[in-house]
Design a protein around this ligand. Structure first.
Ligand code: ATP
Ligand code: MN
Ligand code: MN
Length: 307
């Protein structure tokens, strides 16, 4: 009994002032990556992840016993999340609901403490919840669609957005596809933003119906690349830049420059083990100029896509 007690006492540590239980618990068996390793990862890369993540409502993929055990997608805070992680009440269709957000590296450690292996923010901030400041075009290749095709579509979609006066930034997802992220001046509401994203995606798919689709149903998208515009509704999320993914190899979603996109840069190229090397070698933020590139979705733009 006594011995057990002692062992339990030792089975925790502190990172950035946040209590971390079971620091040696292995979350990614293939890499032997522990809970403490993941907390240190977020501590190390905090200046990269926080600017795009802070003060946005979050959903989490939690795998308390590690990525090969049970994982679940969670939208609302529960008792396992340390009290130190901030919460915000957001109005919903009926009443309101609590959401988590982060403001500091310590808050990220709080999420790790709860076994969060993925962080998925909204496209708006808690300070202006009903006006998105980003759009996400999520390129989802179905099995059989090769990487070159994903690259090609990323490029043509980028061109289409540019012809509409909108700059897009690209990130690997850590999974199979890519995300194009478009910074917005937060003026339009969610309905307008989603309608705009849908219209752009549909125009794009209509130009190449043999290879592209905007239909989410698995049978309809067989053999095609699905342009998933559904990340752009109120309450919808996409994985955060620099979040780890609960997948084999501890891959990370990583912003890259457009000229880095090539056949050698797979969606799961970067991971918790090699990302810090990449960041240390960068001369500037791959998404330099992101905030300055923001444009509003206004009547003129909606008209330009037939709305
Ligand atoms: P990939 O490149 O492999 O497609 P991805 O992050 O884009 O990686 P998707 O499956 O295309 O993965 O996107 C799913 C998105 O939907 C997630 O990023 C997440 O924010 C959101 N989502 C909503 N509900 C769930 C859920 N129950 N489980 C997982 N993700 C969900
Ligand atoms: Mn995707
Ligand atoms: Mn998707």
């Amino acid at each position: 009994q006594r011995r057990k007690q002692n062992r339990a006492d030792k089975d925790e540590t502190e990172v950035l002032g946040v209590r971390l239980t079971h620091p040696d618990r292995i979350l990614f068996p293939e890499q032997g990556l522990t809970k403490l390793d993941l907390a240190r990862y977020y501590e190390d890369i905090q200046d990269w992840i926080l600017p795009h993540l802070a003060r946005r409502p979050l959903s989490l993929v939690r795998c308390p016993q590690g990525r090969t055990d049970e994982c679940f997608f969670q939208k609302h805070p529960r008792s396992a999340i340390p009290d130190s992680v901030p919460r915000v009440k957001i109005p919903e269709k009926q009443g309101s609901a609590d959401y988590l957000y982060v403001e500091s590296a310590a808050d990220l450690v709080g999420l790790v403490q709860a076994g969060a292996l993925e962080i998925h923010p909204w496209g708006s901030h808690i300070d202006d919840i009903d006006h998105p400041d980003i759009l996400v075009f999520d390129l989802d290749p179905s099995p059989g669609v090769n990487w070159k095709e994903v690259l090609r579509v990323a490029g043509t979609l980028r061109d289409r957005l540019e012809s509409l006066g909108m700059q897009s930034f690209v990130r690997t997802t850590g999974g199979k596809g890519l995300h194009l992220v478009v910074p917005l001046v937060p003026e339009a509401d969610w309905e307008q933003a989603k309608a705009f994203a849908r219209a752009v995606a549909q125009l794009h798919a209509n130009d190449d119906p043999e290879r592209l689709t905007t239909q989410s149903s698995k049978t309809r998208r067989e053999g095609l690349l699905f342009i998933d515009y559904l990340r752009n509704g109120r309450g919808n999320t996409a994985v955060a830049s620099y979040s780890v993914r609960a997948r084999q190899g501890a891959p990370v979603a990583v912003p890259v420059r457009w000229d880095e996109l090539n056949a050698g840069l797979r969606a799961d190229r970067y991971s918790v083990s090699n990302l810090r090397r990449r960041l240390a070698a960068l001369r500037e933020d791959p998404w330099e100029g992101f905030l300055d590139a923001a444009r509003p979705i206004n009547t003129k733009l909606l008209k330009a896509v037939g709305l």
